[in-house]
Design a protein around this ligand. Structure first.
Ligand code: GLN
Length: 448
């Protein structure tokens, strides 16, 4: 499998650009060791995996898609999720491209190179886990890990026609995930089908004493929920998710999927998430505020590249940050620093926190009567490389259907549900109650 993975990489990687670092020598020797071992009971025995480049891997370069970390060749430890994959004998093939520090929706903010959509290389793969989605879609690895702060697993999964799940906040340890917005970030799997996804989540989930926000909640055997039975499942379809701004092609695919659910004995009704229209504004205030604090650690002293230009300490901070960060990252740091500054805190940050609660309450209310919420993952299929990069606000609006899920902390999956006329994949989003990934998987698997 590992040989096949590198064969495929040699064949397609020049067109796709999914990887930032390959770990070929190490991976092949690991595979050799496994070949000679008798322990075939590990659940990911010899399975080739790709890891998003904001997840720390011991002695394997971890850049977060940023020039600032281009020389961060020797991280001292593995993230908890990587430890867990290693314990099950998965083989890390390499580190996957991403928008710088996970800020973006198209991979065009990677400071190294843009990844391309395997279905049509003139189009973006989505972001920020664009490399993670493209590598799975192109068959370069059998599964990958991504991170999702406002849609970064589900949106690229939708654009590349693969399955991507953002777990409940706290389900998976964030230890070793380079923080973007700590109250929203979650790591999750991208796979070719729902069963693989459930298997990987089962392995990476669970309480971790190294992450105080990881939840001490039992991890069920998710694969056991894949019964194929959705009779009586109660589905809520928010009218805001099929309204203005959603492509007719996308709408049509989702409506077809709802018919499939009906035919399997599930019931659906229209509901409203009245505060979802404030989600994008709320998200960009909160996530940028958290990012401005989290990214303060990149100062030219502790990690990454130090500017050669400075002759005193303050200038060293300044030049290292000006040279190391890209434009979008600077935009977010400035926005976040402004929103948190005294005098503005109440008007922006505090207000956004209150709206976040209203958005969460919308979901709580719906989940009193329904098992899952279903809608599209994104308003449109993948767009062309270069089409939105000059206009950050249009780019931000692409996340309108994924962001509410992060603000509410609930789990959400994207599964393929058809193709546009141009042959680009469309994603169906299934959202569940907190810690009820099992029902999300059951619904996704029955449809798939
Ligand atoms: N596209 C969103 C952003 O730019 C979401 C990113 C993410 O989930 N990491 O912030």
């Amino acid at each position: 499998l590992v040989d096949a993975s590198y064969d495929r990489i040699n064949e397609v990687e020049n067109d796709i650009h999914a990887f930032l670092t390959l770990d070929e020598e190490n991976a092949r020797s690991q595979a050799k060791l496994l070949e000679n071992s008798s322990d075939e009971t590990s659940s990911l025995f010899g399975i080739p995996a790709g890891i998003k480049d904001n997840i720390v891997t011991k002695e394997l370069r971890t850049t977060c898609g940023s020039q600032f970390l281009r020389n961060f060749d020797n991280p001292l430890y593995d993230a908890t999720v990587v430890d867990k994959l290693n314990a099950e004998k998965a083989v890390t093939i390499g580190k996957l491209n991403m928008d710088e520090f996970a800020m973006g929706s198209s991979n065009e903010n990677s400071s190294f190179k843009p990844t391309r959509n395997p279905w049509n290389t003139a189009y973006v793969p989505g972001g920020s886990s664009g490399g993670s989605a493209a590598a799975v879609a192109a068959g370069e690895v059998l599964f990958s890990l991504g991170s999702d702060t406002g849609g970064s697993i589900r949106q690229p999964a939708a654009f590349c026609g693969v399955v991507g799940l953002k777990p409940t906040y706290g389900r998976v340890s964030r230890f070793g995930l380079v923080a973007f917005a700590s109250s929203l970030d979650q790591i999750g799997p991208l796979t070719r089908n729902v069963e693989d996804n459930a298997r990987v989540l089962e392995i990476i989930s669970g309480h971790d004493k190294m992450d105080s926000t990881s939840a001490n909640v039992d991890v069920p055997a998710y694969t056991e929920s894949l019964t194929g039975d959705v009779k009586g499942l109660k589905i809520a379809v928010p009218k805001e998710y099929l309204g203005e701004g959603v492509d007719p092609e996308v709408k049509e695919s989702v409506e077809k999927a709802l018919k499939v659910y009906e035919s399997m004995g599930a019931e659906w009704e229209e509901v409203s998430l009245p505060h979802s229209k404030y989600a994008v504004a709320t998200y960009y205030l909160l996530s940028s505020s958290e990012a401005s604090a989290n990214l303060a650690r990149f100062d030219g002293v502790r990690y990454g590249v130090r500017s050669e230009k400075a002759d005193n300490m303050i200038d060293m901070f300044k030049y290292s940050r000006s040279e190391g960060f890209g434009e979008e990252v600077k935009r977010r740091i400035m926005l976040g620093t402004f929103a948190l500054s005294s005098g503005y805190y109440d008007a922006y940050y505090k207000k956004a926190q209150k709206v976040r609660t209203l958005i969460k309450n919308d979901f709580d209310r719906i989940f009193e009567d329904y098992d899952v919420v279903i809608g599209p993952t994104t308003p449109t299929p993948a767009f062309k490389i270069g089409e939105k990069i000059e206009d950050p606000l249009t780019m931000y609006a692409n996340d309108i259907l994924t962001i509410p899920v992060n603000l509410a902390g609930v789990p959400g999956i994207s599964v393929p549900c058809g193709f546009s006329e141009k042959g680009l994949p469309i994603g169906l989003q299934i959202i569940g109650k907190p810690f009820d990934e099992g029902t999300v998987y059951r619904a996704a698997h029955a449809y798939e």
